[in-house]
Design a protein around this ligand. Structure first.
Ligand SMILES: [Zn+2]
Length: 75
């Protein structure tokens, strides 16, 4: 099963938590529901992250903003 995640969290080029080359370590929507990403998965830039009581959003200057609501995390 392939999950459709927006590029800043699902591209799989960089680890969204460390900013290092990710290999195949693409986080699942469930993981992202627990811990917001810090780096863009597509370009490795540090993202602006805002955590809310009900989720988070993260913004890459090049690839746009991702909102946790868009990931349709199953709780
Ligand atoms: Zn990016």
């Amino acid at each position: 099963m392939v999950e459709q995640l927006p590029a800043p969290v699902g591209a799989g080029v960089y680890n969204v938590y460390t900013g290092e080359p990710a290999g195949t370590a693409v986080p699942t929507a469930a993981q992202l529901g627990l811990e917001p990403p810090r780096y863009c998965a597509e370009c490795g830039r540090r993202m602006v992250v805002q955590v809310r009581p009900d989720g988070w959003w993260a913004k890459c200057a090049r690839h746009g903003r991702v909102d946790s609501h868009e990931l349709e995390v199953q709780r």
